[in-house]
Ligand binder design. Structure first.
Ligand SMILES: NC(=O)c1ccc[n+]([C@@H]2O[C@H](COP(=O)([O-])OP(=O)(O)OC[C@H]3O[C@@H](n4cnc5c(N)ncnc54)[C@H](O)[C@@H]3O)[C@@H](O)[C@H]2O)c1
Ligand SMILES: O=C(O)C[C@H](O)C(=O)O
Length: 308
C-alpha cells in the first residue's frame, strides 16, 4: 500500500507520522515544492521508526511526481493555511491553483489513486477536483467532518466531565465556522442521548464551540491546527487502505442525497477499498435539514468564486 502526501507542512507531516505509527502502509511519499523540506521531514520521521516501532518506509521528494507513481491513495494538503481573523474562504485565490495542478500531477503518475483533499476551503477544493478531473466520484473525498466530529466529541466530553471514549457524535455540513452542523440530537454517551446529561443551553454552547474549533486554535497558534487534522486524515487513509467499511462524515459529491445536487459537502459515508463505498442518508428533522440547506448555500456561494 503506497500513500502519497502532497504538502510536507504542518498537516502533511503530521498525517504522514500518524499513518506510519499506525503501521498499515508499506510506503509513504511526502512531496513539497520547498527544496529539501519533504526529504528532511521524511528522514526525521524515519529516525522515529525504531523508537515508535513501525516499518512503513517514508521518503521525501522536492516536486518530483515520478516518485509518487503507483500511489493507492494520495492526500492533498498543499496550500496556505489561514491566519487569525481570516476565514477559510479567503484562501481560495491561492489554494485553488495549487490544488488543481497538484491533483493533475498526481493523476498523471497514479491514474488509479483515491484522492483525499484537505486544503482549504476544503469543500470547494474537493468540488474543484471533481470538476477538473475525470475521476469517478467515489475516488474524491474531502476531509473535514472527521476532524469536526472529533472536536465535537472533545467538547461534549469536556461539558459532561466524561471520558471521550464514552462519547459518540457527528458533524455534517460544510467545513466552515458558520456551515458546520453538529448533530447534537443524535449524539450519545454510551447510547444515552447527551440531552440526558446537559441542558439545551450547554448543548448550544458545545455546538457553537465546535463550529469555531479551527478558528479557536488558529487564534492560539497563529496558524491553523495540525495534530487533529493529521490524525483525522490518517483515519480516512486507514479505512480505505484496510477496507474497513468505517463511517465518517466526509465531503462527497451529492446527486440528490439530502436534497442537494452538484455540491461536495460533509455527509456520512462508508469508506472502504473503493474510497466512498456509499453515502449514508440519515433522517434529519426540519431544523437540521434547514441548517444543512443553509450550509450548502454557503458552500455553493464559495464554489461560485471558482474559475473552472
Ligand atoms: N480540511 C481540514 O480539516 C484542514 C485541517 C487543517 C488544515 N487544513 C488546510 O490544509 C492546508 C495546509 O495547512 P498546513 O498547516 O499544513 O500549512 P503549511 O504551510 O504548514 O504547509 C503547506 C505546505 O504546502 C506546500 N506547498 C505549497 N504549494 C505547493 C505545491 N504546489 N506543491 C507541493 N507543495 C506545496 C508548502 O511549501 C507547505 O510546506 C491549508 O490550506 C489549511 O487550511 C485543512
Ligand atoms: O481552521 C482552519 O483554517 C484549518 C482547519 O480547517 C481546521 O479546522 O483546523
Amino acid at each position: 500500500m503506497k500513500v502519497t502526501v502532497v504538502g510536507a507542512g504542518a498537516v502533511g507531516a503530521s498525517c504522514a507520522e500518524y499513518i506510519a505509527i499506525k503501521d498499515f502502509a508499506s510506503e509513504v511519499v511526502l512531496l513539497d515544492i520547498k527544496e529539501g523540506v519533504a526529504e528532511g521531514k521524511a528522514m526525521d520521521l524515519m529516525q522515529t521508526a525504531s523508537l515508535n516501532g513501525f516499518d512503513t518506509r517514508i521518503t521525501g521528494t522536492t516536486n518530483d511526481y515520478s516518485k509518487t507513481a503507483g500511489s493507492d491513495i494520495a492526500v492533498i494538503t498543499s496550500g496556505i493555511p489561514r491566519k487569525p481573523g481570516m476565514t477559510r474562504d479567503e484562501l481560495i485565490g491561492i489554494n485553488a491553483g495549487i490544488v488543481k495542478s497538484v491533483a493533475s500531477s498526481l493523476l498523471e503518475h497514479s491514474p488509479d489513486t483515491i484522492l483525499i483533499v484537505v486544503s482549504n476551503p476544503m469543500d470547494t477544493m474537493t468540488y474543484l477536483v471533481h470538476k477538473t478531473t475525470d475521476l469517478p466520484k467515489n475516488r474524491i473525498i474531502g476531509m473535514g467532518g472527521a476532524l469536526d466530529s472529533a472536536r465535537f466529541k472533545y467538547r461534549l466530553a469536556e461539558a459532561m466531565e466524561a471520558p471521550i471514549s464514552d462519547i459518540d457524535g457527528m458533524v455534517i455540513g460544510g467545513h466552515s465556522d458558520k456551515g458546520m452542523v453538529p448533530l447534537t440530537r443524535h449524539a450519545t454517551r454510551n447510547s444515552v442521548k447527551v440531552s440526558e446529561f446537559l441542558t439545551p443551553e450547554r448543548l448550544e454552547q458545545v455546538a457553537a464551540d465546535t463550529k469555531v474549533g479551527g478558528a479557536t486554535l488558529t487564534k492560539l497558534l497563529g496558524t491553523s491546527a495540525w495534530y487533529a487534522p493529521g490524525a483525522a486524515v490518517s483515519g480516512l487513509v486507514q479505512a480505505i487502505a484496510c477496507d474497513q467499511n468505517k463511517m465518517f462524515p466526509c465531503s462527497a459529491l451529492l446527486e440528490g442525497e439530502y436534497g442537494l445536487n452538484d455540491i461536495s459537502i460533509g455527509v456520512p459515508v462508508i469508506l472502504g477499498k473503493n474510497g466512498i463505498e456509499r453515502i449514508v442518508e440519515i433522517e434529519l428533522d426540519e431544523a437540521e435539514m434547514a441548517k444543512m440547506k443553509e450550509s450548502a448555500e454557503g458552500v455553493s456561494a464559495t464554489n461560485g468564486l471558482l474559475q473552472v
